[in-house]
Write a protein that binds this ligand. Structure first.
Ligand code: THU
Length: 132
C-alpha cells in the first residue's frame, strides 16, 4: 500500500533529527491521524539515560499536545530504510492508549508490513476496563 511506504519514508527521514549521542541509534516515527495529518518524531536522549524518549512517543506527544488524539497508523524506521525496528514495550503501552485499533508499520527489507497494535500488545495495562 502506497500510504504505508510513504509513512515509512517520512519516518526514516525523521530519524535524521534524532538526538542520540549515547546509543548512536537513530529512530524515526511518522504518526498518521484520523483526519490525515502526519506528526513525526525522533528519539531524544539524555545524559541521565533513563530520561531517553523514543521516537514513537515523541510523535504521539507532539500530536496530543496539538489536540490530536485519534490515530490510524504509526511507521517506525531507522535511517537505513531496509532495516527492521519494532516499537519497544513502553511505546506499545502509549500507542495502546490512543490507537488500540490502529497499526504499526515496520520495514521488512524495505517492504512495509502492517501489524495491529492490539496484536503486538494484547494485554496492555488498563485501570480494569476491557479493551474491546
Ligand atoms: N528507541 C526508540 O526510539 N524507539 C523504540 O521503540 C525503541 C528504542 C530509541 C531509544 C534510544 O534512544 C535508542 O533507541 C536505543 O535504545
Amino acid at each position: 500500500m502506497e500510504e504505508n511506504k510513504q509513512l515509512l519514508e517520512i519516518a526514516s527521514k525523521a530519524a535524521k533529527y534524532a538526538y542520540a549521542p549515547y546509543s548512536d541509534f537513530k529512530v524515526g516515527a511518522a504518526l498518521l491521524t484520523d483526519d490525515g495529518l502526519v506528526f513525526t518524531g525522533c528519539n531524544i536522549e539524555n545524559a541521565s539515560y533513563g530520561l531517553c524518549n523514543c521516537a514513537e512517543r515523541t510523535a504521539v506527544f507532539k500530536a496530543v499536545s496539538e489536540a490530536k488524539t485519534n490515530f490510524k497508523k504509526i511507521a517506525v524506521a531507522v535511517e537505513d530504510i531496509n532495516k527492521t525496528v519494532y516499537p519497544c514495550g513502553a511505546c506499545l503501552q502509549v500507542l495502546a492508549e490512543f490507537m488500540y485499533d490502529g497499526s504499526v508499520i515496520i520495514s521488512r527489507n524495505g517492504v512495509p508490513e502492517e501489524i495491529k497494535v492490539k496484536d503486538m500488545l494484547p494485554y496492555n495495562f488498563t485501570l480494569g476496563e476491557k479493551n474491546e
